[in-house]
Write a protein that binds this ligand. Structure first.
Ligand SMILES: [Zn+2]
Length: 337
């Protein structure tokens, strides 16, 4: 399966106090009910899961796409083509094709999910180029081209020189960077959910789903408020998710949750047309920050990370048990892409 999926955008964490929770709750009640747009993006296609089984991958894809179609959501999926390398490669490519058939868009997430912070630029570019072969052909068959690149771990380059070098390559090849302005740490819940499903433990699967949806509700509230504080209005948001069985099985409830909060699902193109996305982002460094954090730096503001919600401890522990290869000591301890 794919490597670690982490970005350290949420670095400064502390226990969330009762007072902070109360203030956030009051703000949520007091906030105007105006709807803002949200684009749903899914990383690590064909799927992010505990098993490479084609059957599990196919079921996840079918359920996720059926849910998105049912909810009339036009999502963008970001592909790691190294996940196609198996004896059943043709069937895995067919799963990607289903995304386009269901009206979704596909973008590049590099071939092997490399870190731009720790990979020389030339090697990274070679990997990204290798990562579009199948996707470009699938899009071309429909008269389209790949338009979006999502950086693994949201790492955009450790130095300005690397960052500008890669972004020049992207624009020469017709790509735009797909930013992230909201996330719900879905990757922390995804593998514990797979484990429960594969074990046939329906009670635990339901526990993980409930915990995930509750945490998503808290995360959406926090990101909407952070974005509101940053811009003095409610900008469109781009939600980072992963192509997991958890999201496939929760997609209706996720869509309901977003709509109940006044969020309206739109395409990625439409979301980034919001003028907020033209805010300069001059960040160069090792961290993979989300774009609210990048813009906060440009605007000389600070996001209230100390009040951002934390996933439940039992889920975090279960995820750590299932992903023993992750290095928890590095800066990459909080979130992922
Ligand atoms: Zn990823």
């Amino acid at each position: 399966m794919a490597a670690a999926r982490r970005f350290p955008g949420r670095r400064i964490k502390g226990p969330r106090g009762l007072f902070t929770a109360l203030v956030l709750a009051l703000l949520a009640i007091a906030a105007p009910a105006a709807a803002e747009d949200v684009a749903l993006t899914f990383d690590d296609l064909p799927t992010m899961s505990l098993t490479g089984s084609l059957d599990y991958t196919a079921t996840t894809t079918r359920r996720l796409l059926a849910g998105l179609v049912r909810q009339r959501i036009r999502a963008t999926g970001f592909v790691n083509e190294n996940k196609l390398e198996a004896t059943d490669r043709a069937q895995r490519i067919a799963l990607l094709s289903r995304w386009l058939g269901a009206g979704m868009d596909l973008g590049n997430h590099s071939y092997s999910h490399l870190s731009l912070t720790s990979t020389p630029l030339a090697d990274y570019i070679a990997d990204v180029s290798k990562g579009e072969q199948v996707t470009r052909a699938l899009l071309a068959a429909r008269g389209r081209e790949p338009r979006w690149y999502r950086h693994p771990y949201l790492e955009t380059g450790p130095t300005l020189e690397v960052r500008q070098g890669f972004e020049a390559w992207l624009s020469q090849h017709g790509y735009r960077v797909a930013p992230v302005t909201m996330e719900n740490s879905d990757w922390v819940f995804a593998l514990p959910y797979d484990e429960a499903v594969l074990r046939g433990d329906a009670a635990q699967a339901e526990h993980v789903r409930q915990a995930y949806l509750a945490f998503t509700a808290q995360s959406v509230t926090w990101y909407r408020q952070a974005a509101m504080d940053l811009f003095g209005r409610r900008p469109s948001l781009v939600l980072l998710l992963h192509a997991s069985r958890l999201n496939a099985d929760c997609i209706d409830r996720l869509a309901e949750l977003l709509r109940a909060d006044g969020l309206k699902p739109v395409s990625l193109e439409r979301a980034v047309a919001d003028p907020a996305y033209a805010t300069p982002d001059a960040y160069a460094g090792r961290d993979g920050d989300d774009w609210l954090e990048r813009w906060a730096r440009t605007l000389h503001k600070t996001l209230p990370w100390e009040s951002s919600p934390e996933p439940p401890a039992d889920i975090v522990a279960e995820d750590a048990r299932l992903e023993p290869n992750d290095d928890p000591s590095a800066e990459r301890t909080e979130s992922g892409s």
